[in-house]
Design a protein around this ligand. Sequence first.
Ligand SMILES: [Fe+2]
Ligand SMILES: [Fe+2]
Length: 155
Amino acid sequence: MNTGIASLRAEHETILGVVDQLEGVACGFAGGQAPAAYVLAAIEFLRVFVDQNHHAKEERVLFAAMAADPGLAGMAEALTADHSEGRALVGEIDAAFRAGRPIDNLVVAYAAFIREHIRRENEMVFKAAENTLDESVLAGFDAKFLEIENEAATA
Ligand SMILES: [Fe+2]
Ligand SMILES: [Fe+2]
């Protein structure tokens, strides 16, 4: 298996773990305010690790490679649109929290959204990409992912 795509799968597990925990905390404080330090750190994780790191790797490397293949381009486009939706949902959670409004329903919606997005990537998209893209293209992913990781870490 290509190690670049394996690292995206591993990041999915990290994301799902944090989202499960955030959902538990948000629902535990349903109708009230969850601890600010925790919620703001979770929002930061969704912005930096999930969006600037993980989604950037997918969009700028994997989906960019898929876009050149007629059988994969549609999937890449749909998943890129999902990323925009995720960004908007995180923005709504952030705005609601900062305004002192409950976030539990927004977090539940985001958690359902990101679980389904990750399921589609794990079960369909990554396999299709591994089976279709040239080995030489897949082999170049790791170095490009590292560059993006460094950018996200210093942003
Ligand atoms: Fe994605
Ligand atoms: Fe992903």
